[in-house]
Write a protein that binds this ligand. Structure first.
Ligand SMILES: [Fe+2]
Length: 190
């Protein structure tokens, strides 16, 4: 596999002032995820794969914004936002996909490190643990006192559903309001 990061960079370079965020690791992981989705032969999924694709990319971007507000590394937050539903992508099943996704996410990140870490930068042991734990815990939306990074991914998951026009209620609504509040936005203004 070849990550597309540099192809886009080359085509858009210019002499004018520019800012480049360090997103190579995330970009590569998004490509790995996309190839997994493309190669999937699972039929009768609990959720349409189209939803997984939309949710994967937009959660990743929202996670960066909220991470900026809450003081986390935005690339690692983007990776967690992209990958938190890996179990649904790999198995097609929704039930218990948070806990089941933990080992799958760990394996994918370790695989990334061994195949692409040298070229794009490794994901550290601590960063892997953050993403794995957030994946495991993100399905427990009722609980509001998990680690701050776990809470970030739960809130992002809820906000992304809301912004895609899905019904938003109970804990999803509470979390969406919390996330919007941190972004200085009022849910009543939507
Ligand atoms: Fe999920």
């Amino acid at each position: 596999m070849r990550c597309i990061f540099y192809i886009l960079m080359d085509s858009e370079s210019s002499e004018s002032e520019k800012i480049v965020l360090p997103m190579k690791r995330l970009d590569c992981i998004l490509d790995i995820l996309f190839l997994k989705i493309k190669g999937s032969t699972i039929k009768n999924r609990d959720q349409p794969i189209e939803w997984s694709i939309k949710h994967m990319y937009s959660s990743s971007q929202l996670a960066k914004l909220l991470a900026k507000r809450r003081g986390f590394d935005i690339e690692i937050a983007g990776i967690a936002g992209a990958i938190h539903d890996l179990a649904i992508i790999e198995t097609g099943k929704f039930e218990n996909h948070g806990p089941l996704g933990g080992p799958l996410v760990r394996n994918l990140l370790l695989e990334y490190n061994s195949r692409y870490g040298k070229e794009f930068g490794k994901i550290s042991r601590e960063e892997i643990d953050l993403v794995v734990n957030a994946t495991i815990n993100h399905t427990n939306k009722k609980q509001f006192d998990d680690s701050a990074f776990d809470e970030l991914i739960k809130d992002v998951d809820s906000l992304d559903r809301f912004l895609h026009g899905l019904d938003t209620f109970d804990y999803y609504l509470k979390r969406t309001k919390k996330a919007l509040d941190d972004l200085n936005l009022d849910i009543d203004s939507f």
